[in-house]
Design a protein around this ligand. Structure first.
Ligand SMILES: [Zn+2]
Ligand SMILES: [Zn+2]
Length: 274
């Protein structure tokens, strides 16, 4: 299993998970043209994407979904609430989850959805299991619940939102109502919240930490790193930050490191999209 970002942040999100035999795109907050441009940069032909999973209906996650799946006849999986709130566009192959919490078996990949507190209709996030590895995603989440903590406790790779620094948000350009929405229990994780979550996590098995959905207006990579460093210097050295304007390098699990046989290890990103 390997994974990468096509872009991460409030202006558009899309994540690729590739098991070798099966390719999953999570969300598409980019126009069709921009998505195709970014896919080309990570070396993925759009026709090779097998399915698209949606976390929730906010524009930075669904803006380009309908145009992409119509053009390339891709299966879409999402919750009924997310699909309705996204305007229920007519697409060729819609598959509705029974709700956040359903687990799918997709051609050798186990995809577990789980609910998150976020100001959307029926939002969820995902954990992917394949080849003995477990990759967890957590972005667009107002607070970490005990259920989330438990659900993500056994991952060997974690994509985690460090959305804002609370002081930067208070001093920043956003109106008070938007500040309250972002910092509220159904908004986004602050650096401190994400750091506290990591601190409580049994992250000894965590070989790869990805910093995602970082606010350009209300955060800075140095502040994120300071937060992670306060939890563990080892984790801070491992952490990779996903950017808004460019795809990330691929992250791949080294072969022979399945968790059933001992702690996982990840190789360094195998290629750079430039
Ligand atoms: Zn978002
Ligand atoms: Zn959102």
């Amino acid at each position: 299993m390997r994974f990468c970002s096509l872009g991460s942040g409030s202006r558009g999100n899309a994540t690729l998970v590739d098991t070798g035999g099966y390719r999953i795109l999570v969300d598409n907050g980019f126009s069709l043209r921009e998505l195709l441009r970014r896919l080309e940069r990570v070396g993925v032909a759009p026709a090779t994407i097998d399915c698209l999973l949606l976390t929730h209906e906010h524009a930075d996650h669904v803006k380009g979904v309908a145009s992409f799946v119509r053009r390339h006849d891709v299966e879409v999986w999402t919750t009924p609430g997310t699909w309705r709130a996204a305007g229920a566009p007519d697409v060729p192959r819609l598959r509705l989850l029974s709700g956040p919490g359903q687990t799918l078996e997709l051609d050798g990949v186990r995809v577990s959805s789980y609910p998150v507190p976020h100001d959307a209709r029926e939002p969820c996030q995902f954990v992917f299991e394949s080849g003995g590895h477990r990759l967890g995603m957590l972005t667009d989440c107002g607070r970490v619940t005990p259920h989330i903590q438990q659900f993500l406790s056994d991952c060997d790779a974690l994509i985690l939102e460090f959305n804002h620094d609370s002081q930067s948000l208070q001093r920043g350009p956003y109106p008070l109502s938007l500040q309250r929405r972002i910092s509220g229990g159904f908004g986004h994780l602050s650096n401190r919240q994400a750091g506290d979550f990591l601190d409580r996590l049994s992250w000894g098995a965590l070989q790869h930490l990805v910093v995602a959905h970082v606010s350009e207006a209300n955060n800075h990579p140095d502040l994120v790193l300071d937060t992670i460093r306060s939890v563990s210097t080892t984790l801070a050295e491992q952490a990779v930050l996903w950017e808004q304007d460019a795809p990330s390098p691929w992250c791949a699990f080294a072969s022979g490191t399945q968790r059933a046989h001992g702690p996982a290890a990840l190789v360094e990103p195998s290629s750079s999209p430039g």
